[in-house]
Ligand binder design. Structure first.
Ligand SMILES: NC(=O)c1ccc[n+]([C@@H]2O[C@H](COP(=O)([O-])OP(=O)(O)OC[C@H]3O[C@@H](n4cnc5c(N)ncnc54)[C@H](O)[C@@H]3O)[C@@H](O)[C@H]2O)c1
Length: 310
């Protein structure tokens, strides 16, 4: 399988590793001078970290790096590939212009996927000759450690493109979530946004500290959510399953929902409080170190999940 990755920043690099580890040949292109070279130079270190936890799928790091090549131009990168993953900056005009240029080099077989986090696919693909092949494939960062990806069609995306995208993502070990139509925030940011809204509301009302909200998630709800979703969780939280759960507890949740009808203010005094708590626990100069800690934690979790599924 031939893959093009366009844009070699944080996400482009992580996708390159995910596709190459999944057995695909990757062509990486970035129009900014030196950007792709700088990015590819990071890959051996990423692979060494993955190798330590046996996350290379039984392959050597050299096998995987051998499948990633720099392309000299956009045309060389995308010509005749089966699938293209755009990872350029999050600007709608830039993506619209980039896809217009890509459109001139591709045939009817290439899936044109964008990594955009929040831009609806209909906002930057409607002008393409190959618009039926355009789709959003939004990863969580980084896709080589977090399997779920959101597959979001524009109104004109063909069913064949949706099916091929899903098949390709499954083939490299990702877990595609296929949305039936586009909506702001797709799925994951809508879920994250709903939860953050409640976190800010509780903080704003002075009910609980930011630190204890984090404890409630990481040492409470997320223990189950790391291996079951909310629907499976409630299906198992009442003896008779999901209907029994709703019949028993819906009343309590209606009361909660009715009390949650005002928008929380994420800025102002609430943000000051959240930030003060966070900086007391983690001084700003330690943020980068903590990013590395998060990535190591994610790797260990990925390794644990892999062992569990073997
Ligand atoms: N960072 C995240 O957590 C995250 C998660 C999911 C999705 N995304 C999405 O992935 C995309 C890339 O984000 P990132 O975090 O890798 O950004 P980044 O800034 O790390 O990388 C962007 C890359 O695009 C290159 N670039 C600049 N102009 C370009 C052009 N015209 N055509 C192609 N490439 C160009 C830059 O040189 C850079 O290497 C964005 O759409 C973003 O929303 C990011």
């Amino acid at each position: 399988m031939d893959i093009a990755i366009i844009g070699a920043g944080l996400i482009g690099r992580a996708w390159s590793v995910a596709f190459a580890r999944g057995g695909a040949s990757v062509r990486l292109f970035d129009p900014v001078a030196g950007a792709a070279e700088k990015s590819i130079a990071e890959i051996p270190r990423m692979l060494a970290d993955l190798a330590e936890l046996d996350l290379l799928g039984g392959q050597s790091a050299d096998d995987i790096t051998g499948r990633i090549a720099l392309a000299p131009s956009l045309g060389d990168a995308v010509r005749d590939v089966d699938y293209l993953q755009e990872c350029a900056p999050e600007k709608v005009d830039l993506k619209a212009a980039l896809f217009a240029e890509i459109d001139r080099h591709v045939s009817g077989k290439t899936v044109l996927a964008s990594s955009t986090s929040i831009i609806l696919p209909s906002l930057f693909t409607g002008h393409l000759a190959h618009k039926a092949q355009a789709i959003v494939v939004h990863p969580l960062n980084p896709p080589h450690l977090i399997p779920a990806v959101e597959v979001v069609p524009a109104p004109w995306t063909s069913q064949e493109t949706i099916d091929r995208t899903r098949t390709i993502q499954l083939a490299i070990g990702q877990k595609p979530i296929v949305m039936m139509k586009e909506i702001d925030g797709f799925l994951m940011n809508r879920l994250q946004g709903a939860l953050l809204e409640e976190c800010f509301r509780l903080l704003e009302g002075g009910y609980v500290s930011a630190e204890d909200i984090d404890v409630g998630l990481k040492d409470g709800l997320a223990m189950r959510w790391s291996f079951m979703g909310p629907f499976e969780t409630i299906d198992l939280n009442a003896p008779g399953g999901i209907r029994d759960y709703v019949q028993r507890y819906d009343g309590g949740f209606i009361k909660i929902r009715d009390g949650a009808m005002h928008r929380a203010d994420w800025r102002g005094a609430t943000l000051d409080r959240a930030e003060a708590e966070r900086r007391a626990l983690l001084p700003a100069e330690k943020l980068a170190e903590r990013h590395r800690w998060r990535d190591r934690q994610l790797m260990q979790l990925a390794a644990f999940r892999k062992r569990r599924s073997e």
